[in-house]
Write a protein that binds this ligand. Structure first.
Ligand SMILES: *Cc1c(COP(=O)(O)O)cnc(C)c1O
Length: 402
């Protein structure tokens, strides 16, 4: 039996069975659906992208995988060189892993050990944001603040070494004032908090965070697993405010194979670079630097560079804005948008019950959660396809109202 994600297996409805996928479309046995959520926000170039598919095939003809312990290879070297140039500042030191959650774990481990290596054993506190989501593994659940995981608090009690603050500058200043000599790192989903409800906040918060992190020697970690590769309308939020560590996942391979990277700056890397074996980063996922995944990621980044993606995303953002700005109906609390993301927040999660089936009938695949009806579209979408998604969202409320 397949144990499906985030589901009460007893009451879950049958998932749609996919037989093919290409471009923005998912094909089931009886339907053709525009994927409005890019398979958990990852499939930015659409499905079965020819360049990425070819890169995977070519690499599979050589070898699919070798371990990175004691071995290295072209795809991982080329991807690392590419990321060095593609990422801002001196975010040059790439540690690979198989999923976003693990990559966040690695970032937190790096930050904590960074200070231990320096002999500073007081800096043990991690600061995060309320409503944060950083993954499903244990430390990421703690750094996060997702109600779905509050069972952890019930089971183990609150972790005194994790602090959460709101995305407001006074709260930020107050927390630094209070905890600065114990603070190890500040981890955020920059500008857009995804799984916590597509919450958007201002860059000034991150600018102030960077200042305070510099002032007090706290490491700033951007979890750009969701926001990276254009989702906020910036290539990376790190282009605007430079973190010490950036975490990439989801769209890294264009959503074609799971892989993730934790990329540190020189300062962090040098905290581990010494004559002492104890200072090494003791982590090594079996499939880190997988050759197929690295080949896919390399092809994906090349597509991003060559395909004028920032223009595509700006066009999508403008189109969404034109269509959705000011849209309102009974029970809608907020309509917010940023880059390639739109979210309609409703008063009561019951209001979205049945939406998935409604959308299915209109040829759209959607997966609202809690009080949030959202779209995070593949960037290759055209205006008609985008309209179909947005009209479907509107129709849900209009038909209910009428
Ligand atoms: C999805 C996500 C993760 C976890 O990535 P997985 O590959 O699902 O483990 C971590 N952080 C953010 C911001 C995410 O959106």
């Amino acid at each position: 039996m397949i144990w499906y994600p985030y589901e009460q297996m007893k009451t879950m409805k049958q998932p749609y069975k996919v037989i093919n996928a290409e471009g923005v479309y998912i094909y089931t046995e009886d339907n053709k659906l525009i994927d409005s959520v890019s398979s958990w926000w990852s499939v930015i170039h659409g499905y079965r992208n020819p360049k990425i598919t070819q890169a995977i095939k070519d690499q599979a003809d050589k070898f699919s995988h070798v371990m990175l312990g004691g071995l290295t290879h072209d795809p991982v070297q080329k991807l690392t060189e590419k990321l060095k140039n593609f990422l801002p500042g001196d975010l040059d030191y790439c540690f690979y892993s198989d999923s976003g959650s693990v990559a966040v774990e690695v970032a937190l481990k790096m930050a904590l050990q960074y200070y231990v290596n320096k002999g500073d054993l007081k800096r043990i506190k991690i600061m995060g944001l309320t409503h944060a989501y950083h993954g499903d593994t244990f430390k990421t659940m703690e750094a996060g603040d997702d109600e779905d995981y509050h069972f952890v608090l019930k089971a183990y009690g609150e972790n005194k070494n994790v602090i959460h603050i709101d995305t407001e500058i006074p709260a930020l200043e107050e927390a630094f004032e209070k905890y600065h000599d114990e603070l190890n790192c500040f981890i955020v989903e920059p500008l857009l908090q995804g799984a916590g409800g597509m919450r958007m906040y201002d860059i000034s918060f991150l600018q102030r965070a960077r200042e305070l992190c510099d002032k007090y020697g706290v490491l700033l970690i951007f979890d750009e697993v969701a926001t990276g590769f254009g989702r906020t309308g910036n290539r990376f939020v790190a282009d605007l405010v430079l973190p010490d560590i950036i975490v990439l996942g989801k769209a890294l391979t264009g959503g074609h194979i799971g892989h993730a990277a934790t990329v540190a700056n020189k300062k962090v890397f040098e905290g581990f670079y010494s004559d002492s074996a104890d200072h090494a980063l003791m982590h090594g996922p079996t499939f880190m630097g997988n050759a197929l995944a690295c080949s896919a990621a390399l092809a994906s980044i090349e597509l991003f560079e060559e395909g004028h993606y920032m223009d595509k995303i700006a066009h999508i953002a403008a189109h969404i804005k034109e269509k959705m700005e000011g849209f309102t109906a009974d029970g809608i609390v907020d309509v917010r948008m940023m880059g390639g993301c739109i979210c309609i927040e409703v008063e009561d999660s019951k209001m979205l019950k049945g939406y998935q089936e409604f959308a299915y009938k209109r040829g759209v695949f959607a997966r609202p959660f809690l009080n949030y009806l959202y779209a995070m579209v593949p960037y290759i979408i055209n205006d008609d396809e985008l309209d179909k998604i947005l009209d479907c969202m509107k129709a849900w409320f209009e038909e209910k109202r009428g």
